[in-house]
Write a protein that binds this ligand. Sequence first.
Ligand SMILES: Cc1cc2nc3c(=O)[nH]c(=O)nc-3n(C[C@H](O)[C@H](O)[C@H](O)COP(=O)(O)OP(=O)(O)OC[C@H]3O[C@@H](n4cnc5c(N)ncnc54)[C@H](O)[C@@H]3O)c2cc1C
Length: 386
Amino acid sequence: MKNEEPVSIVVVGTGYAGVLSALRVARKVTAPVLLLGEAPMLVERIRIHERLAREREVCHRLAPLLAGTRVRYQPGRVIGADFAARTITTAEGATFGYARLILAPGAVGKQGEHGLSLARADELRSELPAVRRVLVVGGGLTGIEAAAEIAEAFPHVKVTLLTDRLAGELGSAGRDYVRATLLRLGVAVREGERLVAMDDGRVITSEGDIPFDRCIDTTGMRASPLLRDLGLEVDARGQALVDPLLRAQGHRDVYVVGDAATPGEGWSAEAARHLGMGCKSAMPMGAHAADNVASSLLGRSQAPFAYRHPGYCISLGRRAGLIQTVDADGVPTARVLRGLLGAWVKELVCRYTVFSLRLERAGLGYRWRKLPAALPVAPAYNRQEA
Ligand SMILES: Cc1cc2nc3c(=O)[nH]c(=O)nc-3n(C[C@H](O)[C@H](O)[C@H](O)COP(=O)(O)OP(=O)(O)OC[C@H]3O[C@@H](n4cnc5c(N)ncnc54)[C@H](O)[C@@H]3O)c2cc1C
């Protein structure tokens, strides 16, 4: 089935980056904007651990978010593209033409019974009242937030966090606070241990066995397989390599944003180190790609993506949080905000993500913290490419 509508801008993915891109580009150009997604909702992934522990609503219907805009949502799981013909195909059998394509399919963690998907979070919430031992694998921010939330909401559950390094991204003051808060919540932190094998109901680590009733493995986050399937240049984690304009390497009309993208040719090392998988960079990338798409269609020059790491916000249950500041190079400093105040700031940041989509829809453009514009581009990058 070939869709004959003169669709000009196609955005793939209804996460933070995709929805923001679509809303923003629709404000800037008159071309039709089609938003393709697997379900008519935005899943607030940064709150999945809250959903797991407290049945918090994390699914936002797209209809009100897109109401009154020129963005049209179309259900469809993208499975293929013909970049020469500028068409994209869905598993449902539809083909859509585009003048510009923005890919925002995100990343996926472990799947199945040890994953932390939306469906698995719902299953775990109903199972945890009857469970005694939960093992969380991975001492990154997702593992820490999940362990703290479960320990606080289900005090009868013995939560163990297994990691080779706890909160490796943070500075020592931040890491110490995370460790102390987890201990206060009753989480047993097994740090410095390597997972050797996992079988039914226990893991074998470099130091011994840990039995569990339920396990959540937060390690091994990888970009959506779609990027590799489409034949884009990807790194070891499957993220598409993008140039400083956020275009997929080797493609002038295809932009990749959010967790799906990583700096490729043309980025300076200073700028690239500010980027990582995270909502905090996914939204700025989505907004910036929209600006560049609009510029390219209007015959204006496109700008390199300028972004500065804003720091880390971590929830540690509902009554404690940590805000870790970073310096101009994105390196954690000794300045941290802790406790209830940290929890409030984290809550405000979470609210701002969805609220900022509403602001974008209302015409008040999303803003973010930028590096000086000169930094993102490596000296060798030829700006005339734009
Ligand atoms: C528990 C938890 C806590 C987190 N906390 C934070 C935090 O505090 N701060 C932070 O910055 N980040 C945090 N993150 C990470 C953050 O959620 C992600 O970085 C963010 O969701 C990335 O946004 P995105 O738009 O790139 O992708 P996603 O939000 O993953 O959206 C991708 C979308 O693409 C769709 N899609 C995928 N494949 C296809 C396809 N083939 N066809 C059509 N549609 C497709 C998906 O259905 C989805 O709607 C957290 C993550 C978790 C799990």
